[in-house]
Design a protein around this ligand. Structure first.
Ligand SMILES: Cc1ncc(COP(=O)(O)O)c(C=O)c1O
Length: 367
């Protein structure tokens, strides 16, 4: 049996008719930039997140980058975030000219540890980017309290957390969050895509300028900007997928429960923990495993693809060498990088496949 880490072909097959229909509409209308599907998606996605506005962009990376810019964050500023994310979380901070300041994560939630944030705040700190990693929200109440106390902006990295809830409320728990629609995400486009959702009208308007060469009226350029729009075709695809998102999420949660049950008796494995404040959407189902690399190889030989999210914490990446971080600076993130393994997770995965994967893991430790 071959089990891919994510198998988008199955989803495409299931919803082919719906996809082809909206693709044909875009084809017939021949409006490829802006247009009704984009407006519709922005309305739908804002409503889905219980926020006033959504601005479609070309990626999650640009959603973070342009949100930082629209808050005026740049040279000389510091932004606090976690070192165990995809590198875009920190690199967008660097790309606006500011400095990412890392704070280690909590060993149970794998998200930024709020009790360690205050020690990292300096006169230059402007913002905090909590990452809702793997689909589980960070503990936002204490983070929001710290941000209020020090007058800091919060930009939530929701790129893995479409539909995740913090204390019953969809993320972003604060005013503004950045989403990715990379194909493998819980809602994925047929290419790159992203969005910012916000309750802040000024930020929404700035983003609309920034994504379109500084213009919201043809050939009138009020500021410098970038080219970072969500294509009409991608928006049309995303409208289809958004309709099915609650169903996708339920399936992911069911799969996580089955994994948890079937793996719970294996002492060499630590299961993911859904925190009491969280509604986890399991973008990634991640375990900590003894002899992780050997287990990954064993599963690969048996046809099961796994991934490590992420093998090197951001502060130890070559790109960040000049910042002078060293091994041991963020021990929890570093230890996690050595033991984590993400197992196949996508809505169309079957019980038989999960059962097979778990039996292989048992076989590996019983050898
Ligand atoms: C946590 C996190 N932040 C940011 C991004 C960047 O999103 P994109 O790949 O759409 O640029 C990703 C995507 O992998 C992500 O997982």
């Amino acid at each position: 049996m071959i089990i891919n880490f994510v198998d988008l072909k199955r989803q495409n097959k299931m919803y082919k008719k719906e996809f082809i229909e909206v693709i044909e509409q875009v084809f017939d209308n021949a409006v490829f930039i802006d247009g009704e599907p984009l407006e519709q998606f922005e309305r739908n996605f804002a409503a889905f997140c219980n926020k006033k506005y959504a601005v479609g962009l070309n990626s999650g990376t640009d959603a973070l980058f342009l949100t930082l810019l629209s808050h005026g964050i740049g040279r000389g500023d510091e932004v606090i975030t976690a070192p165990n994310s995809y590198i875009a979380t920190a690199m967008t901070v660097s790309n606006v000219g500011a400095e990412p300041v890392f704070v280690d994560v909590d060993s149970k939630s794998y998200n930024i540890d709020p009790t360690k944030i205050e020690a990292a705040i300096t006169k230059r700190t402007k913002a905090i980017i909590p990452v809702h990693l793997y689909g589980q929200p960070a503990d936002m109440d204490p983070i929001i309290a710290i941000a209020k106390k020090y007058n800091l902006i919060i930009i939530e990295d929701c790129c893995q957390a479409h539909g995740a809830k913090y204390k019953g409320k969809k993320v972003p728990a604060g005013k503004t969050g950045a989403f990715s629609f990379y194909p493998g995400k819980n809602v994925g486009a047929f290419g790159d895509g992203g969005a910012v959702v916000t309750n802040n009208w000024e930020i929404k308007e700035k983003l609309e300028y920034l994504r379109n060469d500084g213009s919201i009226k043809k050939y009138v350029h009020a500021m410098f900007g970038y080219k970072s729009r969500l294509d009409t075709l991608q928006a049309a695809i995303l409208n289809v997928k958004l309709k099915h998102l609650d169903d996708f999420t339920q399936k992911r949660r069911q799969h996580a429960n089955i994994y948890n049950k079937l793996l719970s008796s294996i002492p060499q494995i630590t299961l993911p923990k859904e925190m009491e404040y969280a509604y986890h959407v399991y973008h990634i189902y991640m375990i900590q495993a003894q002899r992780r690399d050997d287990l990954g190889k064993f599963l690969k030989e048996k046809g099961v693809k796994t991934v490590i999210h992420y093998p090197t914490p951001i502060h130890l990446q070559k790109a960040y060498k000049s910042m002078g971080y060293k091994k041991g600076d963020f021990p929890i993130s570093e230890q996690l990088a050595k033991s984590i393994l993400s197992l196949p997770m996508f809505p169309e995965l079957t019980y038989e496949e999960i059962n097979y994967i778990c039996s292989l893991i048992r076989e590996f430790y019983d050898q």
